[in-house]
Design a protein around this ligand. Structure first.
Ligand SMILES: Cc1cc2nc3c(=O)[nH]c(=O)nc-3n(C[C@H](O)[C@H](O)[C@H](O)COP(=O)(O)OP(=O)(O)OC[C@H]3O[C@@H](n4cnc5c(N)ncnc54)[C@H](O)[C@@H]3O)c2cc1C
Length: 267
């Protein structure tokens, strides 16, 4: 199918086109593949609105425009906590083009950056709609277009409370066997408000409820880590693909959660 590409100057115009069924073109690393395969939507919209590339920092809150690329993240010293994540998204060409907004909608087994944002409890700002909503809501049902994502807000984690680990067969740029991320804030040495997120362990990035239950209210020590690892795969429903079988993904989930938590424990 032939696609028509419309370039507009503002987010508002792009949001209206998306509301009418156009596919938004972020960095195009996935959309262009569909164009080349002849499976893209009939109407594609992109915008030159500079706000899409804004990075704003206010206290501990970081706001990333949806058009910020992985390479932009890596070039920004204020975003150091996200560097270990952005560095593992594809190779240099993909990182130069691939955006934060596009990563939220990247199909399985992609979406590594979205996994980290989910663990961090990010909030998503939709163009033309006031306020920011939890990323959990957006990721829960990605089949329904929420509209155009303008930006993502995320609170900078305290040192030692955030972890991310990606497992791939080809390093450093292979796609995920799985990815896992956690935010473990502490109060009086106990974990309060544990968030664990998985990638490639289901249709899209998702919370790891069983691991969160095992961690919540506990100290981060070998015993707690062992309990979280033992229940890691509960409630997860990974797919079999060219990278790994569903069985393998479930088998190794606990091992990799344990590795990430041990790294966080060491600080
Ligand atoms: C060779 C290769 C390797 C890759 N490796 C990885 C990897 O290791 N890890 C990983 O996570 N991903 C990987 N990807 C997938 C992809 O490159 C990234 O996920 C990237 O971040 C997608 O962003 P994009 O801007 O290019 O998306 P696009 O192709 O522009 O868009 C993807 C989808 O998101 C929608 N979209 C984009 N921006 C918005 C927005 N602001 N609001 C609403 N919808 C939007 C589009 O309409 C489209 O449906 C890889 C891709 C390729 C081709």
């Amino acid at each position: 199918m032939t696609s028509t590409v419309l370039t507009v100057a503002t987010m508002g115009e792009a949001a209206r086109a998306v509301a009418q069924g156009a596919t938004f073109f972020g960095g195009g690393t996935i959309v262009m593949r569909d164009v080349n395969a002849g499976t893209a939507a009939a109407s594609i919209v992109r915008t030159t609105d500079p706000s899409l590339k804004d990075v704003r920092i206010s206290g501990d809150t970081v706001t990333l425009g949806a058009g910020v690329t992985m390479a932009n993240v890596l070039a920004n010293r204020d975003l150091e906590f996200l560097h270990p994540v952005a560095r593992l998204v594809g190779g240099p060409q993909v990182r130069n083009m691939g955006t934060v907004g596009g990563n939220l909608f990247a199909p399985h087994p992609y979406g590594d950056f979205a996994v980290a944002l989910l663990a961090l409890g990010a909030r998503v700002v939709l163009a033309g709609q006031g306020g920011a909503r939890p990323i959990d809501d957006l990721l829960r049902d990605r089949s329904r277009s929420p509209g155009l994502v303008a930006a993502v807000e995320v609170s900078r984690p305290r040192p030692g409370t955030f972890g991310f680990l990606k497992v791939s067969r080809i390093r450093p740029k292979g796609v995920s066997v799985l990815s896992v991320s956690a935010l473990l804030p502490r109060e009086g040495g106990r974990i309060r408000g544990a968030r664990v997120a998985w990638g490639a362990m289901g249709p899209g990035p998702q919370r790891g409820a069983s691991a969160e239950r095992a961690l919540e209210g506990q100290s981060l020590n070998a015993e707690t880590i062992g309990r979280a690892a033992a229940t890691a795969a509960e409630g997860l429903n990974p797919a079999t693909d060219a990278v790994a079988t569903d069985w393998y993904r479930r088998e190794v989930a606990g091992v990799h959660l344990k590795r990430m938590l041990e790294q966080m424990e060491r600080g």
